[in-house]
Write a protein of this length. Structure first.
Length: 365
C-alpha cells in the first residue's frame, strides 16, 4: 500500500504548479521544465484522487453492510460496490507506483547510437545497414532528427560501423532498450546451397552527455591529426583533416574523419568521447547496485544477446521478455517497433515494482 500522505503530496504539487504557471512570470527555461512536470502530473492526479477517496467510500459501504436494518438488496448492492471499489483501488495503486518509480535522469536526453558488425563477415555488415535503416524509419515516425557522425562502408554495400546522433523528446527513454547484441538468421545472397547463416551486430545506446555531466581535462587528451583514408573527395584525402583523440585515464580512443574540416571532426570526436565516458561511469554505478541492475531490462549491457531476426520464419524475438512478433518486414520498416518497445517497458516496470516489495524506494514530492 502507498501511504495516503505520499499520494496527497502529488495533488498538492499539482495545485502549486498550476498557480505558478498561471502567473506568467516564469523564465523560459523554468517555464518549460515546470510545464513538462505539470503535464505529467495532470495525467496521474485523477487516479491519486480516486485512491485517496477509497478509504472514505470503504467506510461508508462497510457501515451499510453492518447495519442490520438494511434490506438484502441494499446489502448485495453495497457488496458489489465495495468489490468494484477494491479492484479500482488496486488499479489506481499500480498506476501510482509506476508513476512514482525513480526516474532515470537520462530519459529526457538526446542519444548517440553506435551499430557495429559482429560475427558473420560481410553478411554482418549488411545486417548493420538493415538495423540503421530500421532506426531511421522509427526516428522519422516519431519526428526525431538523425545526424550521421560516422559511417564505415563494407565491400558488400553494408556498413562495418555506423554512429549517429538522435535529437528530440525523451529519446533515451525509448531507445535504451535497443542496447545489446542483435542476431540475424537468413540465407545470404552469396549462399549457393541455400543454407541459413547466423550473423550479429552490436548496438550501443549512449545518452548524450553535456559538459556538466562529465568533465574532461585537456591534459588527459592526446589529439593526433592525419590524412583521411576514406571516401569524401580529393580535399579530404590530401589534408590533415582526420582526428584521433585518446583519453589517457580510460584508454578510450575515438577517430573521426568523415568531415572535410579538422575542426568539425574534432567536435564530433569529443561528442562521442564524452558520451562513452558518461556511459562508462553510468554502468560502473549500476554494477555497484547489482540488485537494482538485475531488475532492469534497459541496462545498457552490450554483450547481452537481446534479439533475433529470423528471416525464414518471418519473426523477430526479444529474448529478454520472450516476446515474438511474426511480422519481421513490418518491424524492420519501423511499423510495429513501438509494440516491441511497449512490451519491454511494461516488463521493465514490472521488474522494478517487484523489487520495490523489498525496498519501497518510491519517488517523493
Amino acid at each position: 500500500m502507498i501511504p495516503v500522505e505520499k499520494v496527497k503530496k502529488i495533488i498538492e504539487r499539482f495545485i502549486l504548479l498550476e498557480k505558478e504557471l498561471s502567473t506568467g512570470k516564469l523564465e523560459p527555461k523554468i517555464l518549460a521544465k515546470k510545464s513538462k512536470e505539470y503535464s505529467d502530473l495532470k495525467n496521474i492526479v485523477p487516479y491519486a484522487k480516486e485512491y485517496i477517496s477509497f478509504e472514505k467510500n470503504k467506510k461508508d459501504l462497510n457501515n451499510i453492510l453492518q447495519d442490520k436494518n438494511n434490506d438484502k438488496e441494499m446489502i448485495l448492492l453495497a457488496e458489489k460496490e465495495l468489490k468494484d471499489a477494491e479492484v479500482s483501488r488496486d488499479n489506481n495503486e499500480q498506476k501510482l507506483k509506476i508513476f512514482l518509480l525513480p526516474k532515470d535522469k537520462d530519459d529526457e536526453k538526446n542519444t548517440i547510437v553506435e551499430i557495429r558488425a559482429g560475427t558473420g563477415g560481410l553478411e554482418a555488415t549488411l545486417f548493420v545497414a538493415d538495423l540503421f535503416r530500421m532506426y531511421e524509419k522509427v526516428c522519422s515516425k516519431k519526428g526525431w532528427k538523425i545526424e550521421i557522425i560516422s559511417i564505415s562502408k563494407s565491400e558488400a554495400g553494408g556498413f562495418k560501423e555506423v554512429i549517429f546522433s538522435v535529437t528530440g523528446d525523451s529519446i533515451y527513454s525509448y531507445l535504451k532498450y535497443e542496447s545489446g547484441v542483435h542476431r540475424v538468421q537468413r540465407v545470404p545472397t552469396t549462399e549457393a546451397q541455400g543454407r541459413v547463416h547466423t550473423s550479429a551486430a552490436t548496438v550501443a545506446i549512449l545518452p548524450e552527455a553535456e559538459d556538466v555531466d562529465i568533465k574532461i581535462n585537456d591534459s588527459d587528451l592526446r589529439i593526433d591529426v592525419f590524412r583521411s583514408s576514406g571516401p569524401g573527395g580529393q580535399s579530404v584525402n590530401t589534408t590533415d583533416s582526420a582526428v584521433r583523440i585518446t583519453h589517457a585515464p580510460s584508454g578510450i580512443v575515438v577517430t573521426q574523419q568523415d568531415e572535410k574540416s579538422q575542426h568539425k571532426n574534432k567536435a564530433k570526436a569529443l561528442k562521442i568521447l564524452r558520451a562513452r565516458l558518461y556511459e562508462s561511469e553510468k554502468l560502473k554505478k549500476e554494477k555497484e547496485r547489482s540488485s537494482e541492475r538485475k531488475s532492469q531490462i534497459g541496462s545498457g549491457d552490450r554483450s547481452e544477446r537481446i534479439r533475433t531476426y529470423n528471416f525464414p520464419q518471418g519473426r523477430v524475438t526479444d529474448h529478454r521478455i520472450n516476446f515474438t512478433l511474426h511480422k519481421l518486414t513490418d518491424f524492420l520498416n519501423g511499423e510495429i517497433h513501438e509494440e516491441m518497445n511497449d512490451n519491454l517497458r511494461l516488463k521493465d516496470q514490472d521488474l522494478k515494482l517487484k523489487a520495490l516489495s523489498w525496498n519501497e524506494n518510491l519517488r517523493t514530492y
